[in-house]
Design a protein around this ligand. Structure first.
Ligand code: SAH
Ligand code: SF4
Length: 445
């Protein structure tokens, strides 16, 4: 009987998922810009007492959320988010052959069926029994859509925890020139009449973020909770469905650059990548994960097998530790050199490059001397690298200035003259708060 088995009984699914998605980073930093607890070159973006330690151990050992650990929410018995092996074990526990698990995986990940009763490869009595036991597909759903004049769409996606929090996902038809960064032309898709030739999907890994970068709107939410693997992968499938994307035919890039710090939710993030690669069929070479520089996370990432590892982007954002420490407090825990040393451990695939993201803050990080210093820093790292420049996207209550377009171009030119492949990321969806660093869970338009 499904309901009585030890592993997958009423609480068993959650227990199983917790084991699959467990992990803790256990990291702490102190934010002491100066004795007054104020950063000198910026308007504080947050009102919290900067002298207090900020916990970065957002990785919940239970894998679900702090909230679920406290018993306030439950993920229920959701099939979506379980990998084929776990689904097979679930079926065996139910007295069914293990291959029924593959049938469920095929249905929910490849055919993208969201309703248990529609998985017709399973015998009807089994579907009914699963439903009676409280099982459902439980894939995250799009709760609200914001459309930008430039075609970008921002979604509020309802997760699996049932607690009403939504996360943000962004669809950028034609990308933003940052995801491939190789300047390649868009691919033409045979026979398909579409408004886009390639698209980029920006995925969230946490609700809010603990890292507190001073220029980022998501930081203002603080850390709310980790997303489960199903909630991370579910964002992708919900949006692929909305746009009728056919995996294997259409060119879609995934960037894990939405809300949150993926490497502070490492296990769930990587479990989602494995689902997307193995079960959904997406290529990890079309995926890029961006980190603010969580060194233990980068070191774990370096151990991942190439066939499951996305490409890596590092949010450099400043020419030196002094400025980086001011705008990214995390730098005081892991300075630039420590991050670069960790990145060196990643075995790159042929022609693969590390991306350095660099947010241009008017008058703070966009000066000619900054550009020269960045060029030296990237060259000295010896890494095969490219730089993605991002003009700062403004947000309410964040006291920075936009860089002048001439400053952006001059910065790009200096890096290019220094022999560094440099791309300027197009701001997409600024009017709907969908651009980098503008993601903040909100119901306003
Ligand atoms: N937490 C991860 C990934 C999400 S942020 C990280 O920080 O890398 C994705 C990118 O957006 C990062 O490179 C970050 O530096 C950048 N970003 C954050 N806020 C921004 C803003 N207001 N304008 C432009 N880019 C921003
Ligand atoms: Fe978090 Fe990234 Fe925003 Fe920094 S830039 S606060 S790490 S989401």
């Amino acid at each position: 009987m499904l309901g009585t088995c030890q592993l997958f009984g009423a609480n068993g699914a959650l227990a199983s998922r917790r084991r699959l998605q467990s992990g803790r980073q256990g990291l702490q930093i102190r934010q002491n810009c100066n004795p007054q607890g104020k950063c000198s070159i910026l308007t504080p973006a947050v009102s919290e007492d900067l002298s207090q330690p900020v916990r970065l151990d957002a990785g919940d050992p239970a894998g679900g959320s702090q909230a679920s650990k406290e018993g306030r929410f439950s993920f229920g018995k959701t099939l979506f988010g379980l990998d084929a092996d776990t689904l097979a074990a679930l079926m065996v526990e139910a007295g069914e052959p293990a291959w029924r698990g593959s049938q469920i995986a095929e249905a929910v990940y490849r055919q993208r069926i969201t309703n248990l009763s529609e998985i017709t490869t399973l015998p009807k009595p089994l579907r009914q029994r699963l439903a009676a036991e409280g099982w459902e597909v439980g894939r995250p759903t799009i709760a609200q859509v914001f459309q930008s004049a430039d075609g970008t769409e921002r979604y509020l996606v309802q997760g699996q925890s049932g607690e009403g929090l939504t996360v943000e996902t962004v669809w950028m038809p034609e990308g933003d020139d940052g995801e491939t960064g190789d300047g390649s032309d868009p691919e033409v898709v045979d026979g398909a009449a579409r408004r886009w030739q390639r698209a980029t999907l920006c995925i969230s890994s946490q609700v809010g973020c603990a890292v507190n970068c001073q220029f980022c709107l998501t930081a203002k939410l603080g850390f709310q909770r980790n997303l489960s693997a199903g909630e991370i992968a579910g964002q992708v499938l919900a949006v692929l469905d909305r746009h009728g994307v056919e995996v294997g035919r259409d060119r879609v890039n995934l960037v894990f650059m939405g809300m949150g710090e993926p490497f502070l939710n490492y296990d769930n993030f990587m479990a989602a990548v494995r689902l997307l690669v193995r079960e959904v069929g997406l290529s990890p070479q079309r995926m890029t994960v961006s980190t603010s520089g969580i060194v233990p996370g980068i070191e774990r990432f370096a151990q991942e097998p190439a066939e499951l590892r996305p490409k890596l982007a590092i949010s450099l954002n400043a020419p030196n530790n002094a400025i980086r420490g001011e705008i990214m407090p995390i730098n005081r825990k892991w300075p630039i050199e420590a991050v670069i040393d960790a990145v060196r451990k990643v075995q790159l695939r042929p022609r693969e490059r590390i991306t350095f993201e660099y947010v241009l803050l008017g008058g703070v990080t966009d000066r000619p001397e900054d550009a020269r210093e960045v060029a030296r820093l990237v060259r000295r790292s010896g890494l095969p690298a490219k730089v993605n420049l991002i003009a700062w996207n403004p947000g309410p209550g964040i006291g920075y200035s936009l860089p002048q377009p001439e400053a952006v171009e001059a910065f790009r030119q200096t890096l290019a003259d220094g022999g560094i492949a440099t791309y300027v990321r197009k701001p997409r969806g600024r009017d709907i708060y969908a651009a980098c660093g503008q993601l903040k869970r909100t119901m306003e338009g």
